[in-house]
Design a protein around this ligand. Structure first.
Ligand code: MG
Length: 374
């Protein structure tokens, strides 16, 4: 099987899925779906290489889970496939949509044993219902519903994709070239996860594990006279604000780092570099929202946060409650799940000398329980 590369298409936006998490990132037991699908293929056959298409912003994150080649997906399935094909050096390529998440190893065997007998080998189901086309019934014995994975000769598939037309799968692209396509028996198990309702129908989906992850964040900002001071999304009545590329909300920055830490997503600088003019003067609350969207998109959700603000000045006792409620709302948590502590530095160090503020934050994420959404 060293002559075959596996391409898994996992860059979809899940626009029809109707949950905060993308379908490739729902957790099955303790693993994201795409990891489980990849491992199922690896158990069934030894591929020369595995190439996974990813949403460009998620490529680095996916690489933390598995040691494959991650390629940025494009605007369409076909574009993503073309990007992945550029990495393929083997004469054969097996392509599957990550949404066909319940791999039937018997079906895979049927496909692979016909290698070389056609330019593309695709699994197909027969129609069991009466089929109408353009208001008239047709002979359903002639109907085939095509599934994935499909095995193609790499060069032929490359040639087929150069055609300007948009194809929904490899078999139709190769058929359009006039090259032979061989259909083998598909599998009822290989249905696609497209809509949220499909979660009930697919029997290979184990419920998510009840696991939680804790992250820690720390941020420091120096004072700057004449700027508006923001802490935890609340405007503080003070003669100075914080020196920063963004609005300098040091509490939100520490919280973002705690959330990113729990998700295993690096740090705030990787997501919002201070060399990027887009974040100049940025409202930190918007950065927090963007981070939360990324975290929810990969199947995790905030459960708790605790912050300690070290400030000699200004006095924050009167603001703690507002900061707590503001952050709880931003995190979509009950205010009871957020805690804010404030302390001085007993006049020691840079905080004690009133040069700036330090914030420590801890946040907990849990795996999103999609089984409750059914
Ligand atoms: Mg900062």
């Amino acid at each position: 099987m060293k002559d075959t590369t596996l391409i898994l298409l996992a860059a979809g936006s899940s626009s029809r899925f109707d949950l905060p998490v993308k379908k490739q990132w729902i957790y099955l037991d303790g693993q994201p779906l795409w990891v489980q699908v990849t491992e199922a293929f690896e158990r069934a056959a030894a591929f020369g290489r595995i190439v996974v298409t990813a949403e460009p912003g998620e490529r680095k994150y996916m690489a933390r889970f598995a040691d494959h080649t991650f390629v940025a997906g494009g605007a369409s399935r076909q574009e993503s496939l073309a990007n992945a094909l550029a990495e393929v050096e083997t004469p054969w390529v097996l392509v599957s949509d990550i949404a066909r998440c319940c791999l039937d190893p018997e079906m895979l065997k049927r496909i692979l044993e016909h290698k070389g007998e056609a330019e593309c080998i695709a699994p197909a189901l027969r129609a069991v219902d009466t089929v109408y086309y353009a208001k008239s019934p047709v002979n359903r014995d002639e109907i085939r519903l095509i599934q994935t994975p499909q095995l193609s000769r790499t060069e032929t598939l490359r040639r087929a994709l150069k055609e300007a037309k948009e194809f929904t799968d490899e078999s139709s692209a190769i058929h359009a070239l006039g090259e032979p396509v061989l259909l083998v028996e598909g599998s009822e198990r290989a249905h696609k996860l497209t809509r949220r309702e499909d979660l009930k129908r697919l029997d290979c989906l184990k419920p998510p594990a009840r696991e939680s992850f804790t992250g820690f964040g720390l941020d420091i900002h120096a004072f700057e006279a004449g700027k508006t001071m923001k802490l935890g999304g609340v405007t503080i009545d003070a003669p100075m604000g914080f020196k920063a590329h963004s609005d300098g909300d040091v509490a939100i920055h520490a919280l973002i780092d705690a959330l990113l830490g729990a998700a295993g997503m690096g740090d705030i600088g990787e997501h919002f570099p201070d060399t990027d003019p887009r974040w100049k003067g940025a409202d930190s609350m918007q950065l927090l929202e963007a981070v939360l969207q990324r975290i929810r998109g990969v199947g995790l959700e905030p459960r708790h946060a605790d912050l300690t603000i070290l400030a000699q000045t200004p006095r924050l006792g009167g603001y703690k409650e507002r900061i707590r409620r503001t952050l709880a709302q931003a995190l979509d948590l009950s205010p009871a799940r957020v805690n804010i502590k404030a302390t001085t530095a007993e006049k020691m160090g840079f905080v004690g000398r009133k040069e700036g503020v330090t914030v420590h934050a801890v946040a907990t994420l849990e795996i999103y329980d999609w089984s409750h959404a059914l």
